[in-house]
Design a protein around this ligand. Structure first.
Ligand code: NAD
Length: 252
């Protein structure tokens, strides 16, 4: 029994969380640290990243996940202090616009951050993990990667998250023999700054609650628990999965 519990411990592991200055990423950073990991928060908002990192005894890094050169420099910087065991690709934005009107530059920005950013970060940090023969990569997808949510229009976001699901499964297959596990978490609606507009728009919010069997939004900590599991040795046979954490939204 004690042996089983120990497999959830992250003692001695090093983790990096993109977009860890706010919302779900911050909760994941806190949970990984509480489970014993040393956490590096990498965010485009450096001041908030530093404040979050200070609160959990970790480090902060300025990082824009669309900047390939910066991701390479960050990977070198992190590697100089030792191997990275856990990478959480969490940085993301949402953009709501009807598809008949969406500006292609807005479409592209969502794809750049939410999909290409996940791929670039995973493959750049993944190189050292593959070479080391160990590591856990966790990407924060969404229920929107499996079903087009309603009533807010967001085709780019939905397409990007569907892409994250297949990048996750593709990398899991490519890296399985090397010992690097690659998984995604697909949250339903969670109370963070990203969902503020929807929570303040009664037609959206009422629909969100009605379509979620548990009848409520998730708390960021409820997403973080899944990340701790996937990061830990307790998930040693789990790779290529997209874990729904959605109050039953996609069960319908
Ligand atoms: P949030 O807005 O609270 O946090 C997003 C963080 O990402 C911020 O700290 C922001 O500074 C950072 N960020 C944005 N662009 C970046 C970039 N280019 N490079 C680095 N960092 C960047 O949002 P959240 O709700 O915590 O979302 C976190 C992740 O969870 C996103 O991928 C989002 O799509 C996903 N998600 C959220 C929900 C939800 O209901 N909140 C549901 C499903 C999935």
């Amino acid at each position: 029994m004690v042996k089983g519990i120990d497999r959830f411990s992250l003692d001695g592991k090093r983790a990096l969380v993109t977009g860890g200055a706010s919302g779900i990423g911050r909760a994941i950073a806190e949970a990984l640290a509480a489970s014993g990991a040393h956490v590096i928060i990498a965010d485009i908002d450096e001041a908030r990243a530093r404040e979050a990192a200070d609160a959990l005894g970790g480090n902060a890094l300025h990082l824009d996940v669309t900047d390939q050169a910066a991701i390479g420099a960050a990977a070198d910087h992190v590697a100089a202090d030792g191997a990275l065991d856990i990478l959480v690709n969490n940085a993301g934005i949402v953009q709501n616009a009807p598809s008949t009107e969406v500006d292609v530059s807005d479409w592209q920005r969502v794809i750049d951050i939410n999909l290409t950013g996940v791929f670039l970060t995973a493959r750049t940090f993944g190189r050292a993990m593959v070479a080391a023969g160990k590591g856990s990569v966790i990407s924060i997808s969404s229920i929107c990667g499996s079903v087009p949510v309603w009533p807010q229009p967001q085709a780019a976001y939905n397409a990007a998250k569907a892409g994250v699901n297949l990048v996750t499964r593709s990398l899991a297959v490519e890296w399985a023999a090397s010992g690097v596990r690659v998984n995604a978490i697909a949250p339903g609606y969670v109370a963070t700054p990203l969902t503020l507009k929807g929570r303040e728009t009664p037609e959206w919010y009422e629909t969100w609650l009605r379509m979620t069997p548990m009848g409520r939004l998730g708390d960021p900590d409820e997403i973080a628990s899944a990340a701790v599991f996937l990061a830990s040795d307790a998930a040693s046979y789990v790779t290529g999965t997209v874990m729904m954490v959605d109050g039953g939204y996609t069960a319908l």
